[in-house]
Design a protein around this ligand. Structure first.
Ligand code: PCA
Length: 209
């Protein structure tokens, strides 16, 4: 059984991106310490509208993963935030790493306005909190490359007859808010939650505003 976990390269002039670093750390720890029976397939995606989604679609087709976890950096957030909604909108405030800056464009011209994550994001946030990691469900992954990849992944899974594969996006904060080791632990918890969703009703976790 394969699980696909992706992070992102640095962007916006930063030297590092903890999402890519945390994915690499997860991969190393999975083999060395945790010995999960699943095979993790990991990759670090380019922060480009033209490159990230095709790369993720290729990984989905090549590996046919049983669960999909895409990870990106959300600077300014105070917690690890599993994303609940991917919107069909590319509206970039800054250029991507290839200089592209789409404004008010759909991710998929023929696609629905939005997809919900197919993973139990509220359970995931609760599991992270129980492990002492600051966490909250987020209802917007923004309108930059992370949301683009999240939407493209869910759309591709739908289009290729796999609408029930558990998939979500997790935004991680900067490492001064959650240290890289804890980010890797959060991703490990996320993988386990995707593969073994709790049977209990999902806990409160909606947003008042
Ligand atoms: N964060 C950006 C793109 C890549 C990343 O790590 C985002 O939230 O869209």
């Amino acid at each position: 059984m394969r699980v696909l976990v992706t992070g992102f390269a640095p962007f916006g002039g930063a030297a590092t991106n903890p999402s890519g670093d945390a994915v690499r750390r997860l991969a190393a720890q999975w083999d060395e310490q945790w010995d999960g029976p699943e095979r993790l397939v990991t990759d670090v995606l380019p922060v480009t509208f033209s490159g990230a989604a095709p790369r993720l679609r290729a990984l989905l087709d090549e590996h046919r993963p049983a669960a999909v976890l895409a990870v990106g950096l959300a600077e300014g957030r105070e917690a690890v935030t599993p994303e609940r909604v991917a919107v069909n909108l590319a509206d970039a405030r800054i250029p991507d790493n290839a200089g592209a800056q789409p404004l008010d464009e759909p991710v998929e011209p023929e696609g629905p306005a939005a997809y919900f994550a197919t993973a139990p994001v509220k359970h995931l946030a609760a599991a992270l909190l129980a492990a002492g990691i600051p966490a909250a469900v987020s209802h917007t992954a923004g309108t930059f490359v992370c949301n683009h990849v999240f939407y493209a992944a869910l759309h591709h899974l739908h289009r290729t007859g796999r609408p029930h594969v558990p998939a979500t996006f997790v935004h991680v904060p900067t490492t001064d808010v959650v240290a890289l080791d804890d980010q890797a632990t959060a991703l490990r918890i996320a993988v386990r939650t995707l593969l073994e969703p709790p049977a209990a009703p999902s806990p409160p976790g909606g947003a008042v505003h």
